[in-house]
Design a protein around this ligand. Structure first.
Ligand code: CU
Length: 164
């Protein structure tokens, strides 16, 4: 019974989807704490056997959409643009989460309201381009372990208010 079920599943898988099949993106959401900037978070799983390199992001909602992280420099946490992007290791997971790696929107065309849907295109190079729809949830609290701490508000000197 089991082998037959598996064979049926394999047959039903379209060949064209094969290249992208290794990447699975879950739980994409966005938030914005001010009218100018916002951020998006998600979990990216790579079930394939080659590393996938997230090298660029784009969206139609802001002047610039960038890959960012938080890094400690001279004892101060700073938000930085990561131009080289992030690797989703083969068989591994990349978490874009509050206080860590994230997608950043700079120069929002419209402020983000709860329930709005944001389409984000993620360029994984040889692993293909994936488009995700992130739902705006400005009330969502950071997950455990990625919590914001007291100093976070000071992290982004140039930012009107923190999105992440
Ligand atoms: Cu950022």
């Amino acid at each position: 019974m089991k082998p037959i079920f598996l064979a049926a599943l394999l047959t039903a898988t379209p060949l064209a989807a094969f290249a992208d099949q290794a990447l699975h993106i879950h739980d994409a959401y966005a938030r914005s704490a001010n009218p100018v900037t916002g951020a998006a978070f998600m979990t990216i799983e790579n079930s394939g056997d080659v590393d996938c390199h997230l090298q660029d992001v784009s969206s139609g909602i802001a002047a610039r959409t960038e890959l960012h992280t938080h890094r400690e420099e001279d004892g101060v946490m700073k938000m930085v643009h990561v131009e080289e992007g992030f690797v989703v290791p083969a068989g591994g997971t990349l978490m874009l989460a509050r206080g860590g790696d994230h997608v950043m929107f700079l120069g929002l065309e419209n402020s983000l309201a709860d329930g709005d849907k944001v389409e984000i295109s993620l360029d994984f190079g040889d692993c293909g381009i994936q488009t995700v729809e992130a739902v705006v949830d400005n009330e969502r609290k950071p997950a455990m372990g990625h919590g914001m701490h007291g100093k976070h508000a000071q992290m982004e000197a140039g930012m009107p208010q923190s999105d992440h």
